[in-house]
Design a protein around this ligand. Sequence first.
Ligand code: 5AD
Ligand code: SF4
Length: 440
Amino acid sequence: MKSNPKTFHVKSFGCQMNVYDGERMAELMAAQGLTATDDANAADLVVLNTCHIRERATEKVYSDIGRLRKHARQQGHDPMIAVAGCVAQAEGDEIVRRANVDVVVGPQAYHNLPELVAKAAKGEAALDTDMPLASKFGKLPGRRKVGPSAFLTVQEGCDKFCTYCVVPYTRGAEISRPFAAIVDEAKALVGAGAREITLLGQNVNAWNDAEDHGLHGLIRTLDRIEGLHRIRYTTSHPNDMTQGLIDAHGDVESLMPFLHLPVQAGNDRVLKAMNRAHSRDSYLRLIDRIRAVRPDIALSGDFIVGFPGETEAEFADTLSLVDALGYAQAFSFKYSPRPGTPAADMADQVEAEVMDDRLQRLQAALNRDQHAFNLASVGRTCDVLIERRGKLPGQMLGKSPWLQSVHLIGDHAIGDVVTVQLSAAGPNSLTGTQTLRAAA
Ligand code: 5AD
Ligand code: SF4
């Protein structure tokens, strides 16, 4: 039996939605009177907010639990360990069997974390992986102090069932949070210091409500919030890119010229086997339409190499699509069979060495394009939102509208928006030289 914890530490893995969920869990535990600590090894309660998207992410959880327990034993400390997030959802019972944890809580049930912690403190089993119809959001405390760039979950879950992906199983069906709740949370975030809000959803551009506002309607409303300078959204599916949303990229000033629009592969047979429900050509035409209204938009994406049955010629189609589009940045992964997904049972799983080789070639192309995009930005004048201090004296770090990291020297506060000229570019960041004004 463990006593009631007084301090806690939340460690989030994986996607931005997990980061958001981690913040909300931290707020929830703070509202219960617990104190946050940065030191996972010293906390009475450690929440591991896990990711199940690829195998390595899952294995990390088990090794983390092992490391925490070992370290704690050496210190004569016996922390309570809670596993949250998508591994908790997918492997709840197995975690309890395989690892020594006290609480297991799924992504749709974490509003119950305080109750589960109280149960565990009494030595009772504390596992909740329900996906209740009533949303957790209404049961969470309000937003407190946040940084200049904040996340706001507006949509969760996925009905697309791409054949490789666990998300429809771990996060459940697509649901959109109500319009008013989102606008209220956005205002609270701005009140708490946010200058930029990134709207989050597994299929964020599928967000909608009974009044058919669509994500673009929501963005146009948020655009009117005083003090909110920047709006972003992620992650999107090509088939939910409505004309309304494309138009918003053309005329909503606070909507940043950046779009994360995963394509996964460039070959139609592979896209079909992935159940992506779009073709190479429809994706290319979609990007043309978006670039027509916002020529400078920075395009980002996700790619999977080595999907079952992918041939060298099919992989070459991914490379040629990348060449044709010039991504400003992108994430690329080796296919990882996820238990329970259709692709895991497909014939012709691609050998590890072949996947390694393809990933290397794809990443070389993506890195080249990212560097090229950064170099092409040199000379541009743009606003930079200052997010933190840099390592050098007087150095500040912020983001350009195109989500590039920008270093600059100047006496600025975190949250300032500074107009700079981009004066030099590396593969991963740029240097800005202040030109005109510093506006709060
Ligand atoms: N294997 C490899 N990558 C995957 N992704 C999702 N599922 C898998 C998988 N089983 C990638 C996709 C998705 C991103 C979040 O993770 O590219 O867009
Ligand atoms: Fe997964 Fe596909 Fe849904 Fe994205 S759209 S979360 S890749 S099933």
